[in-house]
Ligand binder design. Sequence first.
Ligand SMILES: [Zn+2]
Length: 118
Amino acid sequence: MEKQTFGVGERVEKLCVVCKEERGHVVASVTKRGQISRVDCPKCGTRSTFKSGVGLNGDNAAAKAGAPYDRTYTYRKGQTMTHPTYGIGEVTAIIEPQKIDVLFNDRVRRLIHARIQA
Ligand SMILES: [Zn+2]
């Protein structure tokens, strides 16, 4: 068994008190022992403290499947996708016209989008 530690930018399931729903949050800060101390809600932006052992349930993600990731498609914040390697993700931010941050099961990854075929 691996010791469960977390890093900033990883994904964790938590109940957001503002959105009133359990959803993937982004780890904003961790303690020296790798325990989550604060998380950000990607939907409403609320930063909250994290109590370990509460709501650690990754099964919810599988229930709402997004369409397959398509780099020529223009994504918007909040849309979901299914990436062939990383699985289901949710767009948390538009970084540049052709770059997006997507929150996957384990962490946020930067992908390209709106890539027009030459
Ligand atoms: Zn929220």
